[in-house]
Design a protein around this ligand. Structure first.
Ligand SMILES: *[C@@H]1O[C@H](CO)[C@@H](O)[C@H](O)[C@H]1NC(C)=O
Length: 323
């Protein structure tokens, strides 16, 4: 009881390293990192962040471990910035570090990410975040952060807890983001933001992964490319609406204005295919497909795209992709 706020951050990839930097520079925070694939490098050398906005820093948090069981105890916040695969197993593995007064913060792509954590820890508050931080890990523990920076954050409300308590937990955490000097927006319904990003990711992650061409090349590839992409996005928006998430009109046009203004880009999923890493297919495509099936929403384009991406993911995991 020394008045420190104990934060455990799980997953120290590019985005995880960025948030580790933000939280580590808050004097009241005592930061523990769970590093997976880059554990040896982060343990030995700390993290180096080269940021266009925040400058160049090398820092060492309070502790770096490879497994939550190595640091069992009470944490005020568990911040999950890991790649969203095997979420059930990740939630279970956090049991030694979660108590009823722990708040779980999810900073991940996708939708439905909260469900395994709510099932495993029904008494905890969950803060759900959409990040717009642009960062890449150039070698283990070394991360470059380009200009983009924003966190959209809101509650994943827990009916067992009082709204006042939950609001306090949200504002206590955003106070840390503020003290760490990073931009954020508190969202009254963060599911809208999660689904908006999924509409974008379903299209661009899947298409760049399947075709291995960048977005601009795709858009110019045939007269059918744009209408097909728009149909795909509209299907995801319909699934969100039928799931009770009030998506705004005109979103597809907005997203098209945005993609047309960008140079041809690849996506995290396309990079995972190239690196032969498992894909974040479930939270980006699988959950919308399952919801559509439950709710009887017709998703002819999404069904095909999902099944093809599932085959690529299977090929990666089984080592069957053409070399
Ligand atoms: C949640 O809290 C209730 C009431 O305090 C308790 O009975 C229950 O065991 C807790 N559940 C878990 C999974 O910790």
């Amino acid at each position: 009881m020394d008045g420190k706020i104990d934060v455990l951050l799980y997953g120290v990839g590019a985005i995880g390293s960025f948030y580790a930097f933000i939280l580590n520079r808050v004097p009241s925070v005592r930061l523990t990192l769970v590093a997976r694939s880059n554990y040896e490098a982060v343990k030995a050398n700390g993290i180096t962040l080269n940021s266009d906005i925040h400058g160049k820093h090398t820092f060492r948090p309070f502790k770096v471990v490879n497994n939550p069981t190595d640091v069992a105890g009470h944490y005020d916040y568990i911040v999950c910035v890991n790649k969203a695969i095997n979420q059930d197993a990740v939630a279970k593995s956090l049991t030694p570090v979660v108590s009823d007064t722990t708040t779980i913060v999810l900073i991940q792509n996708g939708v439905g990410n909260e469900d395994p954590f709510r099932a495993q820890f029904p008494n905890c508050s969950i803060l759900s975040c959409v990040t717009w931080v642009g960062a890449t890990q150039t070698s283990p523990g070394i991360v470059t952060h380009i200009k983009s920076e924003n966190t959209e954050i809101g509650l994943f409300p827990n009916s067992l807890l009082s709204p006042t308590l939950e609001a306090t937990r949200l504002s206590d955490f955003t106070a840390l983001l503020k003290a760490g000097n990073t931009k954020f927006v508190v969202e009254p319904n963060v599911q809208i933001r999660r689904w908006e990003k999924v509409v974008w990711n379903v299209a661009w992650n899947a298409i760049t992964s399947l075709t291995q061409i960048d977005t601009q090349t795709w858009l110019h590839s045939s007269p059918d490319a744009i209408p097909l992409t728009k149909a795909l996005m509209e299907e995801v928006i319909e699934v969100a609406r039928k799931s009770g998430v009030p998506m705004r009109d005109g979103l597809v046009d907005e997203l098209f204005t945005k993609i047309l203004a960008l140079p041809g880009v690849y996506t995290s999923m396309q990079k995972d295919v190239v690196a032969r890493n498992p894909l974040e297919i479930d939270v980006i495509l699988g959950v919308p497909v399952r919801k559509a099936r439950e709710l009887g929403v017709k998703i002819p384009v999404l069904e095909v795209i999902y099944t093809l991406v599932a085959a690529v993911d299977y090929g990666v995991r089984e080592g069957k992709l053409f070399p």
